[in-house]
Design a binder for this molecule. Structure first.
Ligand SMILES: C[S@@+](CC[C@H](N)C(=O)[O-])C[C@H]1O[C@@H](n2cnc3c(N)ncnc32)[C@H](O)[C@@H]1O
Ligand SMILES: [Mg+2]
Length: 355
């Protein structure tokens, strides 16, 4: 298997001021907003008779981070599955639940496991590693959930980092307001990563099993630069450029850095599902997300990106970058009141019996 480049550091661990646990309200709202859609998918699409042979129902949350959002998501899923068994299962015994919490190996799994409530209804396990690789045995999972994670690419597209390529992202760290070549390179990387993600999940999920993907994205056909999250990234980028102008970081550091994220549309996800062929799309929706206040947004960025930025630029710049420059720009830009939308994509898929 080709070596995958995982340049990103996980979210901040622990439960301090800048921790992901304390700064993940935006992602939590996406989980809350999609609860009813997950209930609907499970109520309508889960066939409990398919699972009667094994009495263990296996759930995986991919890109779970440190909690507590993942715990909420898992609780909702289990409640919905139990409800389905009780209503459809004409006497079928309720299954036991096993939950696999997946994230990169350097994720703070200790923080996650120590925040597990004492009276959980499932057997918990951690699964370290990139979800762009095989993580589970063949046909072993009944329900896969992934929220606010699959917009992270497996890597920065190669040509974006190549000085001799027309797609070199000079002077920038994000793609949305860059050249057409850069945008195309990110689009292509997302398509490639999503193809790979679906190919692997098709091997791991049982026939009839379900997968719910929730990811920040944009409306079909919307320009990348017209999207709340991309605009927020552009402000982060311009904060870095300001720092380079002041000599706090070198231009070269800005040139050689790119954030490996991409905000897709439902159309792009749908195209990947069709190319793959192993899943039927059951539900697909854009969810309009409340735009966060500047303070919440700058803290969310810091909790998510601090590790990655620290490694490249050093930790002296973090306070100035996130708490001052970015925060001020978010405030001045009044992005939260502008017409650009913050959108989450919801897609629920069912593993078909092909292949
Ligand atoms: C913004 S957090 C979302 C956490 C949680 N799902 C939630 O909704 O709050 C994104 C997580 O995805 C993880 N992640 C990104 N790329 C990944 C990959 N290739 N494999 C596994 N985890 C990944 C990051 O480490 C991070 O913990
Ligand atoms: Mg760059």
């Amino acid at each position: 298997m080709a070596e995958l480049v995982i340049p990103i550091r996980p979210m901040n661990g622990g439960n301090g001021l800048y921790s992901y646990s304390k700064n993940s309200i935006i992602q939590r709202k996406a989980i809350e907003a999609t609860k009813e859609l997950i209930n609907k998918t499970i109520a309508e699409e889960l066939d409990v008779n398919t699972f009667s042979s094994s009495n263990t129902f296996r759930i995986a949350d991919l890109g779970c981070s440190v909690g507590t959002n993942t715990l909420l998501a898992v609780k909702n899923i289990i409640n919905a599955v139990q409800h389905k068994f009780q209503s459809q299962g004409n006497g079928t015994k309720l299954p036991e639940f096993q939950v696999f919490f997946n994230d990169q190996a350097s994720n703070d799994f200790n923080q996650l496991f120590t925040s597990l409530p004492s009276e959980i209804q499932y057997f918990a396990a951690g699964v370290p590693g990139s979800f762009y690789r095989r993580l589970f045995p063949k046909y072993s999972l009944h329900f896969v959930h992934s929220s606010s994670a699959a917009h992270w690419l497996s890597r920065v597209p190669e040509e974006v980092e190549d000085k001799s390529s027309p797609a070199w992202n000079k002077g920038k760290v994000h793609y949305s307001n860059s050249t057409a070549e850069v945008i195309k390179a990110f689009e292509a990387q997302f398509a490639k990563d999503m193809d790979n993600f679906l190919k692997i999940r098709a091997q791991e999920i049982v026939h009839g099993g379900l997968m719910v993907l929730i990811l920040p994205g944009r409306f079909n056909g919307a320009p990348h630069a017209n999207n709340y999250i991309n605009k927020a990234y552009e402000l982060l980028e311009s904060s870095l450029i300001d720092m380079a102008k002041k000599g706090m970081i070198s231009d070269e550091k800005v040139d050689s850095f790119n954030v490996p994220v991409y905000y897709a549309s439902l159309q792009e996800v749908e195209a990947a599902v069709k190319r793959n062929g192993c899943f039927n799309i059951e539900l697909m929706e854009n969810i309009i997300h409340e735009k966060p206040q500047p303070k919440v947004m700058s803290a969310t960025f810091r909790a998510g990106l601090e590790g990655t930025f620290k490694e490249h630029f050093g930790d002296e710049i973090l306070d100035e970058l996130f708490d001052k420059l970015l925060y001020n720009k978010l405030q001045e830009s009044s992005l939260h009141s502008k017409s650009c939308e913050s959108v989450y994509l919801f897609v629920s898929l069912k593993r078909n019996t092909d292949a």
